[in-house]
Design a protein around this ligand. Structure first.
Ligand code: ATP
Ligand code: MG
Length: 692
């Protein structure tokens, strides 16, 4: 016993619920640190998995590890991402219901790696038939393609996902993975035209230049050196030693062939990618009338060839704007600045829609119509809460997304848990938690929420600006308890809010947003003139992305904020009907270094991930519950009264059984149909007894 304690002292406890000083944040951090220093990166809070990025290969994802976790009860082995995957899988197979695994955490915390490990786990451990191997391979190979187009090197992560991703893995009734479906959220289009110092554009551009065959580059009119392209070199790290673009190009090319992309698809696709690069290199000059002109049309000609548009029409669309007067269209020249904006808007629109096309195309390769009555496990790899020194429209959307996911957690865990206790007639002290619905409403409520107010500003005739938007916010939600603008003297210790800023009191903490750029980003306008050019393009992919019907439809497309709100609401609908598992990823330090545990940084994440709150609920509740029949079936051999057969009601059998093995009254409760066990350690002990 003493030995066991010493070991625990050294390596910490594998479930935070077992901590003695469970409510203290420092005890929590201490446990995390102890485990991290022993390379134990995983710890549970009940069934939630906390993972700390080791920034090194630990040898814990081997085939034998996968085999170890297969079909083994959750608490019998040390915490692992495989245990989460296996648990969801086994529950799905035995109860024929759908599951999802939500992976969250800040950039670089290890979300994408975790989701890849889970996918690999299924690919290796699930039963397989020869005919379904291709389906499995497509699932696996969709990843490198999506990462090439949707990930980029940022200051925080060399392979940062710049979009949210939800992937359903579909299984047949034998538990064989047969297909899948992917939904993407809010790709960061602005990266196509601008990158901060030390950051890069999406990987695919560099991979194409570094790895693409000579003939391909010649066909696309591209040079090999990425530094020759404006859209690739603003971050001043086009050549990046930590990324192997040449090798990655090979992986991506191979993946394309597995997921059924034809030569024609690829020609069209890379025609677009190359066009974006050519677009970025178009330089405008001011002519005598003070309007934009293009002195060198070399790039225009390449784009025209690759996209199948007329060069002069394209040139005109980049330097002029069509304005609809009463009976006719008037063509007005653009200034230098507006032409550059039009060019960048075109690059962003083309890339953004091509990304959506890519996801759809991958989906058509993953779909498996032969299987009906499938069950699914959904993997959600989505941006965590973001709080930077300067927070803009993107952070606003991302943090709103996290509010919605917290709502889901509340609905599924806190509320559902309390409802179950009630149903089972279990007495329990309701625990207080903050229901963040009030913040979700503040953001999304129709006509009254921040997104609606923003949309109204975007369509309001007259000169709406980021400042007038702020004034409107102040007028309409200024008195809301979770909102604040321009209060220059806030309560003690609170940072001042500057001009053009508003503050939201999120469930995870307060964040100050600068409204600069909100209107433009929400509008995401592409001049009609350019849209016409793209709709008439002969490039097959662009044709699918820019439908002529869009030109005829005079109704405004929904704004970015509203689209995002709608897609989140569909996501929540998808998730709410499924059984949840949670993985919370933590980044140990900002330097991407192994074995470095930055207490300050981690404390911050523990707070923003809501881990202490989760622990509190877990502690107050019951870690484990099982129907009497199942519990008895598993442990009946531990008691002479119930072994080998118990003929009475299962509830009575369980009562005898736990009396015999010595459960203390505070350790459990008996409900109408289930036994509830408060701490996992009670169950560990039962499992141990069961083994000997
Ligand atoms: P983002 O939000 O920027 O996409 P992320 O949470 O998806 O970030 P990952 O890309 O999964 O972060 O991880 C960042 C890097 O950390 C990986 O490229 C890898 O080098 C390392 N890493 C993450 N998880 C692990 C792990 N379990 N074992 C070893 N290294 C890891
Ligand atoms: Mg990622």
């Amino acid at each position: 016993m003493e030995g066991a304690l010493t070991a625990q002292d050294k390596v910490g406890v594998q479930d935070f619920v077992l901590l003695d000083a469970y409510t203290s944040e420092s005890a929590f951090l201490d446990n995390l640190r102890k485990r991290f220093s022993e390379n134990l990166i995983y710890t549970y809070i009940g069934t939630l998995l906390v993972s700390v990025n080791p920034y090194q290969e630990l040898g814990i994802y081997t085939l034998s590890q996968m085999e170890l976790y297969q079909g083994v009860s959750f608490f019998e082995l040390p915490p692992h991402v495989y245990a989460i995957a296996d648990n969801a899988y086994r529950m799905m197979c035995s109860e024929l219901n759908n599951h999802f695994i939500l992976i969250s955490g800040e950039s670089g915390a290890g979300k994408t790696e975790a989701s890849k490990k889970i996918l690999q786990y299924f690919a290796v451990t699930c039963p397989m038939t020869e005919s379904l191997q291709r389906a499995r391979d497509r699932l696996l190979f969709s990843n490198p393609v999506l990462e090439a187009f949707g990930n980029a090197k940022t200051l925080r992560n060399d392979n940062s996902s710049r979009f949210g991703k939800y992937m359903d893995i579909q299984f047949d009734f034998k538990g064989i993975p047969v297909g899948g479906h992917i939904i993407s959220y809010l790709i960061e289009k602005s990266r196509v035209v601008y990158q901060n110092q030390g950051e890069r554009n999406f990987h695919i551009f560099y991979q194409l230049l570094e790895g693409g065959e000579e003939e391909l580059l010649a066909y696309l009119g591209l040079e090999r050196d990425p530094q020759l392209y404006k859209y690739l070199s603003q971050g001043r790290c086009a050549k990046e030693p930590c990324v192997n673009d040449k090798n990655d190009w090979k992986t991506v090319s191979n993946a394309f062939s597995v997921i059924d992309f034809t030569k024609d698809d690829l020609e069209n696709l890379f025609g677009i990618i190359a066009s974006v690069l050519h677009l970025g290199n178009i330089c405008f000059e001011e002519n005598q009338q003070g309007c934009a002109s293009v002195p060198d049309t070399h790039e225009i000609k390449w784009i025209a060839k690759l996209l199948g548009v007329h060069p002069w029409v394209l040139l005109e669309a980049l330097t002029h704007r069509k304005i609809e007067a009463k009976t006719e269209e008037v063509i007005c020249p653009l200034t230098l600045e507006l032409s550059a904006c039009a060019r960048d808007a075109m690059a962003k629109a083309v890339y953004g829609r091509t990304f959506t096309w890519l996801v759809n195309k991958i989906n058509s390769s993953l779909v498996n119509k032969d299987f009906t009555g499938k069950t699914v496990i959904g993997l959600l790899d989505i941006y965590g809460f973001e709080v930077f020194d300067k927070n803009g429209f993107e952070q606003f959307c991302i943090n709103y997304c996290n509010e919605k996911l917290q709502q889901l957690l509340i609905e599924r865990t806190l509320k559902a848990e309390q409802a179950e206790y009630e149903m089972e007639g279990i007495e329990w002290e309701p625990i207080q938690y903050f229901n963040n619905k009030i913040i979700c409403d503040l953001v999304e409520e129709r006509h009254k929420g921040i997104i609606s107010i923003l949309d109204e500003e975007c369509i309001r005739p007259g000169p709406a600006t980021d400042l007038s938007f702020l004034e409107r916010l102040e007028e309409k939600v200024g008195k809301h308890a979770h909102f604040e603008t321009r209060k220059l003297a806030g309560p003690k210790g609170r940072k001042k809010i500057g001009w053009m800023e508003f503050r939201l009191f999120h469930y995870a903490g307060e964040v100050t947003y600068c409204t600069r750029g909100f209107l433009e980003k929400n509008n995401d306008l592409l001049y009609r003139h350019l849209k016409e050019v793209l709709c008439r393009s002969k490039n097959r992919i662009l044709k699918e992305c820019f439908l002529v019907a869009e030109l005829e439809n005079r109704r405004r497309a929904p704004t970015v904020g509203t689209q995002f709100k709608n897609s989140l609401s569909s996501l929540l609908e998808i998730l709410i009907s499924k059984e949840p598992s949670y993985i919370r990823c933590i980044k140990p330090n900002e330097r991407k270094e192994p074995s470095k545990f930055d207490n300050f940084l981690i404390r911050h994440q523990v707070k923003y991930l809501g881990l202490m709150e989760h622990l509190r609920v877990r502690r107050a509740g019951f870690a484990y519950r099982r129907k009497y029949e199942y519990f008895l079936q598993r442990y009946k051999s531990l008691c002479p009264d119930t072994w080998p057969h118990w003929r009475g009601p299962p509830a009575e059998g369980v009562e005898r059984l736990i009396k015999y093995i010595g459960y203390k009254p505070e350790e459990y409760k008996l409900g109408r149909t289930k036994i509830f066990i408060r701490f996992p350690r009670t169950l560990f002990a039962t499992e141990d007894a069961f083994e000997f």
